[in-house]
Design a protein around this ligand. Structure first.
Ligand code: ADP
Ligand code: MG
Length: 473
């Protein structure tokens, strides 16, 4: 690369009071040098990543030998260090026309507040970030049916709700799908909101945390992200198993968030489908943090509990159901509580439709089509559209449409790429068609394009790999 013509002062302006070209503009030498590097970077780094990574980097000092840069976002700083330092050095050296070292550090001025002020309002960002999920008011302790399979989890959750942050911290609940983990977490949230309205409760599925983080990084809102997730008294973190192995930024962020909350004696509740030690994908230090608290599992309810759940639900729904029918349903479905609920909904419909009371014969007929248990579901095009639309913040219809707006086109390409990975038996022509394209070569092109970007950009690669993981889970 040809050296830049503009010369950069060798010494710090303050040292000898003489600045060469920088003096003309009245700018500090580090500002001038950074400006020159910045311009070249812009030509060399794809726009989306350039904006995501370099927009908020500032030159702090240049002493003729070393340029010191600072960035607010620790993830971005560590990413730049990993990937772009040699390039920065090369550009700095070219610009200055002599060897320059580049050092990049996290900006100390933007570290999180030392005292948590949970009542402080958090600014709301534009667009879909951040995800806000409200507690489901139906998920209360009163509506949770206890049995031998879940009574420990129930008591621990109740203990947390009564004395948040005092014992059982963190509380880690784990168990299979549909066994009431989300219900219990939200029950904690609902109870605390009622009894201690001054405490700030934050319920967050791990997935939302992750996509909020990716968004915050893209838009330079990391400080805001930090404030949002640290400014809570009770942090309910659902389904942590969705955080994949390669989601290093997310893991790092979870670790720091938990540490921060923990040190400030804030309550943390985590749910997962497996015990901490089986979260093989998570950093050891995260695992040991979980294990230091109370770890409790929820097992599938036994027959008696299942009958009790059905009884409670049917009363709520004002359904009159003979005991033998409840027993039949409870013995047919042994896994998820959700399936029990679905059975009741179906029966309610049949009974209203046929205008006759629910009996065993109707029940057998009604439940014939319901799967015995939730089966491992096959990934579908719709599923791909859904996860990609969410991750790229575009509408599914836009992906299928004709827009050439960069982000939409990229999302469309990502869909095709993912379809190639998870639906190997689907033909190129069918994939093209599924995403509203006539020409099968579009898919080949999309696949290559996504691979290329993934090779060049770690954040993007992580984003795609996580979608892949989510689809294949
Ligand atoms: P998970 O988060 O473990 O996958 P959920 O909390 O979403 O499961 O529970 C699935 C459904 O089953 C919810 O509607 C919930 O209210 C209900 N449910 C689960 N366990 C119980 C229980 N012990 N008593 C009452 N309802 C339950
Ligand atoms: Mg759940």
């Amino acid at each position: 690369m040809a050296p830049l013509k503009m010369s950069i002062p060798m010494q710090n302006a303050a040292d000898d009071g003489m600045v060469q070209s920088g003096a003309d503009s009245g700018l500090m030498p580090e500002t001038v040098l950074w400006h020159l590097i910045y311009e070249k970077l812009q030509e060399q780094v794809p726009q989306q990543f350039f904006t995501a990574f370099f927009q908020n980097i500032r030159a702090e000092k240049y002493d003729g030998r070393q340029l010191k840069l600072v960035g607010e976002n620790p993830q971005v700083v560590s990413h730049i260090k990993k990937r772009y330092l040699p390039l920065l050095k090369e550009l700095a050296t070219n610009a200055a026309e002599h060897e320059v070292e580049v050092d990049l550090q996290e900006d100390q001025r933007s570290s999180p507040p030392t005292t948590p002020a949970a009542s402080q309002p958090i600014p709301v960002a534009a667009g879909s970030y951040p995800h806000v999920i409200h507690l489901n008011p139906n998920y209360t302790f009163e509506r949770f049916i206890k049995g031998p399979s879940n009574e420990h989890a129930f008591s621990a959750a109740l203990g947390v709700a009564e004395k948040p942050g005092e014992f059982h911290n963190p509380l880690y609940l784990y168990g299979g799908v549909g066994l009431g983990k989300t219900h219990l977490m939200m029950a904690i949230g609902n109870a605390i909101t009622q009894s201690k309205p001054w405490l700030k409760v934050q319920y967050t599925p791990a997935e939302s945390f992750q996509s909020d983080l990716v968004d915050a990084m893209k838009t330079g809102m990391h400080a805001h992200f930090k404030a949002r997730y640290r400014n809570v008294d009770v942090f309910l973190f659902d389904d942590i198993q969705f955080i994949g192995q390669r989601a290093e930024y997310t893991q790092e962020e979870i670790y720091h968030t938990f540490n921060y909350l923990f040190q400030n004696k804030k309550q943390i509740v985590i749910s997962s489908d497996r015990p901490p030690q089986a979260l093989s994908k998570l950093h050891d230090r995260l695992q040991s943090r979980f294990q230091s608290g109370l770890v409790i599992d929820i097992k599938p309810p036994n027959l008696e509990t299942r009958i009790a759940i059905l009884q409670a639900r049917s009363e709520e729904m004002r359904l009159s159901i003979p005991f033998e029918v409840l027993k039949y349903i409870a013995s047919r479905f042994t896994g998820q509580v959700r399936t029990l609920e679905a059975s009741l909904a179906k029966l309610q419909f049949m009974s209203e439709h046929e205008r006759r009371p629910i009996d065993l014969q109707m029940t057998k007929l009604a439940l014939r089509d319901l799967p015995q248990e939730a089966s491992g579901q096959q990934v579908t095009i719709d599923e791909i559209l859904r996860v990609v639309a969410r991750s790229f913040h575009v509408e599914e219809a836009e992906i299928k449409g004709n827009s050439r707006i960069e982000n939409i086109a990229l999302a469309r390409h990502a869909c095709m790429y993912l379809a190639r990975q998870v639906l190997p038996s689907m033909s190129l022509a069918n994939i093209a068609q599924a995403f509203g394209r006539a020409d099968h070569t579009t898919v080949i092109h999309a696949e290559k394009k996504i691979k290329d970007i993934m090779d060049k950009d770690e954040v993007f690669r992580v984003q795609i790999l996580e979608l892949l993981e989510e689809l294949q889970f």
